[in-house]
Write a protein that binds this ligand. Structure first.
Ligand code: MG
Length: 267
């Protein structure tokens, strides 16, 4: 039986007053949403997405179709919300599926938040950003490092909150014990290069790694909200895992209330 050893951390960063990122870390589902839209709407959009995803994935066994239906429901929840036009959110994450008698992982993505996988010290980005700069990287116009500092790095090409709804990307992966996944908003990877992410992601327990990643983004400037979930695949026998599995240790920086975001966009 596949289980997870996980932790989550989020911060508004050093510049913004409001945290428009939302996340859920309730095994077997982990997700990060980065909201966009001025006047508090980004905060609302990401929260609506995460809450809808949570309630729409209660059925067991969890299937890929179930996750896709939940993402569609999250999109509709944002589109039909009264009084908040033009808001949207990214959403990306990881779900454990029970299909065909075995456990598989489904990675899903809409927008430019990311899922990375760390296997034996090697970091791979599983998701492909839906962003203008990703198109430029694919076309060979700019490098990945140039994309991190490009002036249009915040422009996403797919998001929840559109009619018709966006087509989510998804990948099915084997659930291999010891693999460590990182789900994060762009506030991490625009501040911290992948080489540093790999080192910090491997730096200790999921709690230690999650806190170190958020601290690194803040130390690098913390220009955006930053959210990370670190989830390591384990099995029912807890020996050798270094600690209890299915452990939720959440370190949420207190959010200032009653303030409007300083600017729109999800960057
Ligand atoms: Mg962001």
């Amino acid at each position: 039986m596949t289980r997870f050893w996980h932790s989550a951390a989020t911060s508004p960063g050093r510049v913004r007053r409001v945290n428009e990122d939302s996340y859920l870390a309730i095994p077997p589902l982990f997700a990060v949403a980065d909201g966009m839209g001025g006047h508090g709407a980004g905060d609302l959009a990401s929260r609506l997405a995460v809450d809808t995803l949570t309630s729409a994935t209660r059925a067991r066994p969890l299937t890929a179709d179930g996750v896709l239906a939940a993402l569609d429901a999250a999109n509709r929840a944002i589109v039909t919300y009264e009084g908040a036009k033009g808001m949207g959110t990214t959403i990306t994450g990881l779900a454990l599926l029970e299909t065909g008698g075995g456990d598989h992982l489904m990675v899903f993505n809409v927008g430019d938040s990311r899922v990375y996988r760390l296997v034996e010290g090697r970091l791979d980005q599983v998701t492909v950003d839906h962003s203008e700069v990703q198109e430029l990287v694919l076309a060979g116009v700019i490098t990945r490092d140039q994309a991190r500092v490009h002036p249009r790095r915040n422009i996403v090409t797919r998001a929840l909150g559109t009619d018709p709804g966006p087509r989510p990307d998804y990948w099915l992966l084997p659930a291999s014990a010891g693999d460590r996944f990182l789900v994060c908003s762009d506030g991490l990877y625009t501040e911290v290069p992948d080489e540093r992410i790999a080192v910090l992601l491997a730096s200790g327990s999921p709690q230690v790694a999650a806190a170190a990643l958020v601290a690194a983004a803040e130390d690098a400037g913390g220009h955006d909200n930053v959210t990370v979930i670190v989830a390591e695949v384990g099995y029912g026998d807890l020996s050798g895992s270094g600690g209890a599995l299915d452990e939720t240790r959440v370190d949420v920086t207190a959010l200032p209330r009653g303030e409007l975001p300083g600017q729109s966009g999800n960057g």
